[in-house]
Design a protein around this ligand. Structure first.
Ligand SMILES: [Zn+2]
Ligand SMILES: [Zn+2]
Length: 333
């Protein structure tokens, strides 16, 4: 009898192991690493602030094969104290190159690369070769640009958000990048979507669009960053095959700390229509409002609005005079 039970137990163990193996074997494009952990081959990370540096740390610990990071910022005092990756850095240093140095020495088995650019400016082949994009940015405008890239390249996005009315709030959203799935822009009201589109589509910067740097900054703590970044990785690992968008909301002040909400694709969202190769119109002629100098930035309109300065007087009061691809106007506004 004991012998029989022993064999039944062994058989049960065997079939469970086979089931798990079959599930893992069908979970392409992921694979089983030597330690039987599921890992990603190649991922993109947009933003390496409090959240992004926790996400890349987790990717390194998981043994992700290759990670590409995009962030245009330089290190400030507040980043140095709040991130493990930046503790040896100094203010004024390029954030991406400092992080890459640290990550290469901490996790040599992962191939780390990056550029000190906004995600919308990195070469297109980076998007086509990635399995998922971790969005760790802190403005709705950056999230909209990522949504446009996601729908263009059919790339899944796992977006994290921190804070709000309390430092104990967080959110992780999964956007599969499929034609019929919701993107970040689908979740917005028509008016908000129009506001954000106008910063990269229109030559006239509408007065009701808040300046990119004046948008309210989400509050965050290192502990909440760590929790939300961990949830981002777990969500991406478990959802890579899912074709439906959803968000998990965390509220550590409530008895029920987690709530999942599914998102339908909005019929009003223009990001799901066929579009040309140029996602973001390029400003070919700008004029300085202070000294009248005209010049050709040849950069995205929203980049010019955020970063460009007049080559003569250094003013950032610039008007967009002409741009490439004016035909893609938001038709549903
Ligand atoms: Zn959408
Ligand atoms: Zn000027």
């Amino acid at each position: 009898m004991g012998f029989c039970i022993h064999w039944i137990f062994l058989l049960a163990q065997h079939s469970v192991a086979l089931c798990i193996l079959r599930r893992l074997q069908t979970s392409s494009p992921l694979e089983i690493s030597a330690g039987e952990l599921i890992v990603f081959h190649h991922v993109l990370v947009a933003g390496i602030g409090a959240l992004g540096s926790e996400v890349v740390k987790n990717l390194g610990l998981l043994g992700c094969k290759s990670v590409f990071i995009a962030d245009p910022d330089i290190l400030e005092e507040k980043n140095i104290t709040r991130s493990l990756l930046f503790r040896s850095g100094s203010a004024g240093e390029n954030k991406v190159s400092h992080a890459l140095d640290q990550l290469r020495s901490l996790f040599p088995q992962t191939r780390w690369a990056g550029m000190p650019l906004e995600i919308a400016d990195i070469p297109s082949e980076k998007f086509s070769s990635a399995e998922v994009l971790f969005s760790c940015v802190d403005t709705d405008l950056a999230r909209m640009e990522i949504a446009a890239l996601s729908t263009q390249y059919k790339l899944s996005v796992c977006d994290g958000g921190l804070g709000g009315t309390s430092t104990r709030l967080g959110r992780v959203s999964w956007f599969p990048g499929a034609d019929t799935a919701a993107c970040f822009a689908c979740l917005l009201t028509n008016r908000r979507r129009a506001e954000l589109f106008s910063t990269w589509e229109s030559k006239v910067h509408a007065c009701w669009v808040p300046e990119p740097h004046s948008q309210s900054v989400w509050t965050s703590t290192p502990t909440m960053s760590s929790i939300v970044a961990g949830l981002q990785i777990e969500t991406a690992l478990s959802s890579i095959q899912k074709k439906e968008a959803f968000s998990t909301h965390l509220d550590l002040d409530q008895a029920s700390i987690s709530q999942t909400i599914y998102h339908p694709c909005s019929t009003e969202c223009p990001l799901h229509i066929e579009r040309s190769d140029i996602i973001f119109p390029i400003c070919t002629l700008a004029e300085c409002r202070s000294c009248g100098r005209q010049f050709s930035p040849d950069r995205r309109i929203s980049w010019v609005r955020r970063w460009a300065v007049c080559p003569s007087c250094g003013s950032n009061e610039l008007a967009v005079r002409s741009s490439v691809r004016d035909e893609m106007i938001v038709s549903t506004l």
